[in-house]
Design a protein around this ligand. Sequence first.
Ligand code: NAD
Length: 357
Amino acid sequence: MKIFDAISKYGHEQVVFCHEQATGLRAVIAIHNTICGPALGGCRMWPFESEEEAIADAMRLSRGMTYKNAAAGLNLGGGKAVIIGDPNKDKSEALFRAFGRFVQSLGGRYITAEDVGTSVEDMEYIKMETDYVAGLPMQFGGSGDPSPFTALGTYEGIRASVKYHLKKDSLKGIRVAIQGVGHVGYYLCEMLHEAGAELIVTDIFEDKVEKVVNEFGAKAVQGDEIYAVDAEVFAPCALGAIVNDDTIGRMKFKIIAGGANNQLLDEEIHGKKLKEKNILYAPDYLINAGGVTNVFFEVINEYSKDRVTKKVKNIYNILMEVYQIAEKENITTAEAAARLAEKRLNLIRNVHQNYLR
Ligand code: NAD
């Protein structure tokens, strides 16, 4: 891998290699863009098969965070860190504290958080060495569980999609198929039920399904059956890559709007296939931005549930704008979301440049 070629291709500002002999720490911190604010993005721990894979992951994910934060209107840039190692056997206090010292050395250009393979406990070790860690539990001065806000943003995104595509102001009687009723899925079911929607759900854990069946009158289906049910909306809240050639062929949905990350197997190919089938797709990184919005208010030391709620509800308007751009330009909604993010980045870049002149 030619690192500077990759940095220049994706436009990263800084890629930091972190190594500590004593703890065996090998980590990469990728700061993609700090135009909107400090680069925020989780720290992933994974037994990568190669160093190239680790670097590529950090670079790809940090770039995604730039777009997500910019499109969501947050004053945050995009960053991501990866620690090379097996989260089941290579974790230690010393390792995370060593990582925390590297984060601190960047002076706030990068703010870390929990991600795949890392936990709240790991963040507490990191916190011992740096001020630049977010998404901590409330008792540690953090913003706590982000899932209720991720669910609220997803709910608002479903409302916007139904309004735009089905021309309906209410969710009453709208059938929503929800894949995964864990943290986000459960709260989403609660809000949809209150709004009068009919729920069809699936999860690999029977007890989670039973809970939403009993509490919200949801209808349960088994596994893959969810892709073919009769419903207006499909809300993926479990896995990534579930929108692919195979599943699109089975879908009768009019809208895909859910909280899961990386829903399209291939953003370009499957984004286009959905457009051809006239299925409106709410870009995942926008509709699920409620969680990062919650963290944003923690980062700026101005946390209040009311402010988070107001900002998260604005996901409705952002999605409306994205749908209008997509229709006007005849592009996919994923492309439209990227354009919206780039428009904001360019605007702020110009302000910076004019200021420096
Ligand atoms: P979670 O683990 O609490 O819930 C996921 C649920 O999906 C679990 O109940 C699990 O059993 C179920 N599931 C897994 N595989 C399944 C399958 N094949 N079919 C049906 N159900 C299956 O996770 P979560 O925090 O609710 O997050 C859900 C999704 O939303 C993830 O993709 C996550 O990355 C994304 N997300 C979450 C947040 C957040 O605030 N928690 C923020 C942004 C994005």
